[in-house]
Design a protein around this ligand. Sequence first.
Ligand SMILES: NC(=O)c1ccc[n+]([C@@H]2O[C@H](COP(=O)([O-])OP(=O)(O)OC[C@H]3O[C@@H](n4cnc5c(N)ncnc54)[C@H](OP(=O)(O)O)[C@@H]3O)[C@@H](O)[C@H]2O)c1
Length: 279
Amino acid sequence: MKIFVTGGKGMLGRTLRRVLTDVEIVVGDLPECDITQVDAVQEAIAAADVDAVVHCAAMTQVDLCETERERAFLINETGSANVAKACQTLGKRLIAISTDYVFHGDKPTAYLETDEPDPQTVYGASKLAGENAIREFCSNHLILRLAWLYGDGGPSFLHTMLKLADGTRPTLKVVNDQRGNPTSAVAVARHLRMLLERTDLCGVMHLTCEGETTWYDYAKEIFRVAGVKQEVVPCTTAEFPRPAHRPANSALEKAALARSGLPPMPHWQDALREFMAEM
Ligand SMILES: NC(=O)c1ccc[n+]([C@@H]2O[C@H](COP(=O)([O-])OP(=O)(O)OC[C@H]3O[C@@H](n4cnc5c(N)ncnc54)[C@H](OP(=O)(O)O)[C@@H]3O)[C@@H](O)[C@H]2O)c1
């Protein structure tokens, strides 16, 4: 198996490169392969001669996207369209990575693949536009929606918490009214390996670890597993304003994964323990 990974130098890309030891990975990332340049993308994928393309490249800084709307859409929408067109022209299967931010975040229960997207941020809107471009331009596609991701080298909530717990802060305030599925990029990589074989699967699939929690309880679990003494105090989203709106509910239901017959994702606490032991 040989794959081309756009954004292969990013957090998920680095984790894929470490975990998928039986897959030959060709990295497409800046500056050599800019997905906003349609010819460059097509030439790079054609030259790589791969079985499939995994599209991880994105502008992922949620707050920065609010002030740099044009760049967010250029990378997340136009860039995705370019990757999709290249895959269609070259007859390659495309596995594209998307996000829970396509949803509003006010649903009381976990989001299904069939729920109507309603992004509340520029990041979410640009990623949804990217999903739509992939549907429009590449018939052989699988869109994987991830959330609350951590992986090799970060940045992620896990990495931030461990940095902040350097002994200089008697207490750490962490938001306790946002829920989601903390998700290990290692677990994503292992499922992606199986999905590369399942060429019958297409459309959209949610892929997050099992179990739900809040950022506050997640932070407490990180410090417990790390054996770090750090007092954590719950706070509300309103007490911790950010430039981009944060979804109250990011939890994703994995109905498509269950239907596929593939094993479920690991529970977030098991995946976290494994990742932190390797860290
Ligand atoms: N992190 C999360 O919590 C999370 C949650 C849900 C979904 N996702 C999705 O998962 C995917 C991977 O995320 P990640 O956390 O690995 O992000 P990341 O670390 O920011 O990696 C993205 C990579 O894409 C590169 N890139 C940016 N613009 C590019 C362009 N024009 N052409 C080619 N490469 C470009 C980035 O390079 P620079 O660093 O130089 O910009 C970076 O290496 C993304 O699609 C993201 O939307 C992430």
